[in-house]
Design a protein around this ligand. Structure first.
Ligand code: C5P
Length: 227
């Protein structure tokens, strides 16, 4: 069967990765979580004292970019690829609210985007890939055969994110999670380089009132019609 590229973009916590993983598994495609790559660079900056609540040394981060190697390794038990920073599995460390609070600032740096977009293009060059992020249908794969743009109200997304963090055992306040979702939406949509916008040919899916099964079935149907 003909393999295609599926680009899934949208706002924070719209459930892009959940549906992208389901779809990749069903189709036998590779799933690439590009948000994890921006989170990995952010985690590197935190570990190396380049970013904190009061300070952000952008120049040093840009200078150190060649030292950052991001790789993915498929975890059979989990059924998806986990992200590694310089050979160390950081899948759990990058999902907390602290990383979320800095990541959009890091992702607004052109040099960071250039490095990661180049890697993403290579990862998807053989097609048969489901990639999710903010600029996949607009910048990384503007020729993707199927482009989806996921939305839901900020409150719906913050509730889902809050639930996820609580289930992981993180101690967080709902209002901080909502604030983070809104801040990231704002920075991601207003940055100069590759802002989050719906590609002209993307299909918008508002999943505020959809169950996971409804969402998956709708998207699978769209994929089958396209392949
Ligand atoms: O998808 P996730 O919420 O993990 O992404 C974290 C952040 O990484 C986003 O808020 C955004 O700032 C950045 N990002 C991006 N471009 C992508 C994927 C993520 O700028 N393709």
């Amino acid at each position: 069967m003909n393999k295609i590229t599926i680009a899934i973009d949208g706002f924070s916590s719209t459930g892009k990765s959940t549906v992208a993983k389901q779809l990749a598994k069903h189709l036998g495609y590779v799933y690439v979580d590009t948000g994890a790559m921006y989170r990995a660079v952010t985690f590197y900056a935190m570990q190396n004292g380049l970013i904190s609540a009061v300070d952000f040394n952008k120049e040093a981060l840009i200078y150190q970019l060649p030292n950052i190697e991001i790789t993915f390794k498929f975890n059979e038990a989990l059924g998806f690829a986990e992200v590694y920073l310089n050979g160390v599995n950081i899948e759990k460390e990058i999902r907390n609210l602290e990383v979320s609070s800095y990541v959009s600032k890091v992702a607004a740096i052109s040099e960071v985007r250039q490095k990661l977009v180049e890697q993403q293009k290579k990862m998807g060059q053989d097609k048969g890939v489901v990639m999710d992020g903010r600029d996949i249908g607009t910048v990384v794969f503007p020729d993707a055969k199927l482009k989806l743009f996921m939305t839901a109200s900020a409150e719906t997304r913050a509730k889902r994110r809050y639930q996820e963090l609580i289930e992981r055992g993180d101690k967080v306040d709902y209002k901080d999670v909502l604030q983070n979702v809104q801040e990231r939406d704002y920075i991601d949509s207003n940055r100069k380089d590759s802002p989050l916008v719906k590609a002209k040919d993307a299909i918008e899916i508002d999943n505020s009132h959809m169950t996971l099964d409804e969402q998956f079935n709708k998207i699978l149907q769209l994929a089958k019609m396209t392949i």
